[in-house]
Design a protein around this ligand. Structure first.
Ligand code: ADP
Ligand code: MG
Length: 573
């Protein structure tokens, strides 16, 4: 058969009006004028998941200079720009034209959004070759093929979409370079944290607040107060693509973020939480970088916990249950947050992010009066305030803690940052005076803790990704939940997940991780094997068939999903 544009056009004309399954004939690869169109999976009917399609462009067609494609960090920045552009234009097209029934005529690509992560929607090769993966709803009339519409879609609309989004000519060269360089700069900034004893950096001029609770784009500039470091925390970091950057360096240790309500505390903490990832230029957080292992730990009552040693925080439970291997199908606020801290250590976190807004009060504090009222065996909890120092000194996990409601934390902090009208100030000295002038009378609850306090071996038989005939069935419900085999994993409490594409990659990674389980392998070892696999094989190594809707997760989020899988069973090594 003639696998050119004319060949495809003739074929589509021939099957026009036939039953929908006739579309199966267009599967395979077609050489159009300046790119190759691969139709990889054809949908069974117009209402099913749309067909999987890819376009392949040679480097001279894509036309991006080697300077933007040779280095990995630059490539990633560029590919996210291209994916965002294609996804955005495809969305607009969809609003204009709707031909036929079901998802007829719809072209869609996974949009990377504000973050810049390795993803599979657009892959730019070292040599400048380009592959874009997306879906197309093949046009139907009822359940009949609309061949002429399909020809227009694949042979006119698609090539013009490719020409206006994926090739160098479609972009201002300075803009394309900025996307590549900003991502390289972010990697470079983050790499300087350890040698400076820092766990996070927030550049001066950063714009931290978001447009709304469900819109990750930046607040309009005229409505925002730009970040400016207090003099005491000012550091200057180098970057490869421009002058050095000044900003706030957050040192290791225990740091409080205090201040009045609505003064920007959570906004700063959340920006730091997202600083484990890079962001696009113009996001406002593109020069906010955080220790890549940082984890936000929060209360999540109702979640399941499997064999976690929460004894550093929670002693004997009512009824005499021990807590060194704590399992439950229905954790309380405090036990869920205790489990989150211990699981974070297990997943390698060197920075814990804690916000009073998402914490259990009794996990965070217990003041002098409550200590007097409820004593001894009746109160199993050692609050976080009594463990924060030991977590840092003995377990190497720093903490950034948002707390506006309890001064008890002043006694354990290395420094205090006060937020006032969205501006950070150094309140460390003042906090010391206040602590001296107003003793709390608290009795520190400091029976020593053992960190890390557990080793767990996940039972591979308890991880079941299969469903029906599918060996691995993973489906994202936004970023809030995942279907994994027959199970549903709630992810709303895992706040550093950024996209459905990342959720899918987490599910596939979890299914892959199963192969490394058993034979006394601990969670740490399983995660290490997974990290190596993802580093060497990339995202495509996670799935059997290449897919365009994966974005790289950290092993920390894979661990978080594993820990929330209700069927998980663990054993001691
Ligand atoms: P807190 O945690 O101190 O109570 P938030 O961080 O939740 O406060 O912020 C309160 C409100 O102020 C939010 O609507 C947030 O978007 C907005 N906000 C935060 N930081 C800034 C800023 N730098 N400029 C403008 N608005 C901000
Ligand atoms: Mg808050």
């Amino acid at each position: 058969m003639n696998r050119s544009a004319t060949g495809l056009e003739r074929l589509l004309e021939r099957i026009d009006g036939r039953g929908y399954p006739a579309y199966k004939e267009i599967k395979g690869s077609w050489t159009l004028r300046d790119f190759v169109l691969e139709i990889r999976r054809v949908q069974g009917d117009p209402f099913a998941a749309p067909s999987s399609v890819a376009v392949l462009l040679d480097s001279h067609v894509a036309g991006f200079p080697e300077a933007l494609t040779a280095a990995r960090a630059r490539r990633t920045g560029l590919s996210c720009l291209l994916a965002r552009t294609f996804a955005d234009q495809a969305r607009r097209l969809g609003q204009l034209r709707r031909t036929g029934h079901g998802r007829s005529g719809e072209i869609a690509m996974a949009d990377p959004g504000q973050v810049v992560l390795p993803q599979t929607a657009v892959l730019v090769g070292e040599d400048g070759r380009l592959e874009a993966r997306f879906t197309v709803g093949l046009p139907a009339n009822g359940r009949r093929v609309r061949g002429r519409d399909a020809a227009r879609l694949l042979l006119e609309t698609l090539p013009s979409l490719v020409a206006s989004s994926l090739v160098a000519r479609a972009h201002d060269p300075a803009e394309a370079a900025l996307h590549a360089e900003t991502n390289e700069d972010a990697e470079f900034l983050r790499a300087q944290l350890p040698e400076r004893g820092l766990v996070a950096f927030v550049a001066n001029g950063s714009l931290l607040p978001r447009r709304s609770g469900d819109d990750d784009r930046p607040l309009r500039r005229e409505d925002a107060v730009l970040f400016e470091s207090p003099a005491a925390f000012r550091v200057v970091l180098e970057r490869p693509n421009g002058p050095p950057v000044a900003g706030m360096g957050l040192p290791e240790g225990v740091t409080l973020l205090a201040g009045g309500g609505y003064h920007g505390k959570s906004t700063l903490l959340n920006a730091v939480a997202r600083g484990v990832y890079n962001h696009r230029p113009g996001d406002g957080r593109e020069r906010v970088v955080t220790d890549p292992t940082a984890m936000k730990v929060q209360a999540e009552d109702g979640r399941a916990v499997a064999g976690v040693d929460i004894s550093p925080f929670i002693g004997t439970l009512p009824g005499g249950g021990g807590t060194a291997r704590f399992s439950t199908a229905n954790a309380s606020g405090s036990t869920s947050q205790a489990a989150a801290v211990i699981e974070a250590l297990e997943a390698g976190a060197r920075l814990l992010l804690v916000d009073e807004d998402t914490s259990a009060t009794n996990f965070m504090i217990r003041d002098r009066r409550m200590q007097a009222l409820v004593q001894g065996r009746d109160e199993p909890i050692t609050p976080f305030v009594d463990r924060a120092r030991s977590l840092y000194e003995d377990a190497g996990a720093s903490a950034l803690i948002v707390i506006g409601g309890s001064g008890d934390y002043l006694d354990v902090a290395d420094r205090v940052i006060g937020m006032a009208a969205y501006a950070p100030r150094d309140l460390t000295a003042r906090a010391g005076e206040v602590a001296a002038a107003h003793p709390t009378g608290r009795l520190a609850e400091t029976a020593p803790a053992r960190w890390p306090s557990m080793h767990r071996c996940p039972d591979p038989g308890s991880i079941r990704p299969e469903r029906g005939r599918r060996r691995v069935a993973v489906k994202a419900h936004g970023t809030a939940a995942m279907e994994f085999g027959r199970e549903r994993i709630a992810l709303a409490g895992v706040s550093q997940i950024v996209s459905p594409a990342q959720v899918r990659a987490i599910g596939l990674a979890l299914a892959r991780a199963r192969a490394a389980m058993g034979a006394n392998r601990t969670v740490e070892e399983v995660l290490e094997a997974l990290r190596e696999r993802m580093e060497s094989g990339g995202l495509d190594a996670l799935s059997d068939a290449p897919s365009g809707d994966l974005a790289a997760p950290r092993v920390q989020e894979v661990a978080a999903a594993l820990n929330r899988l209700r069927t998980l069973r663990v054993t001691a090594p």
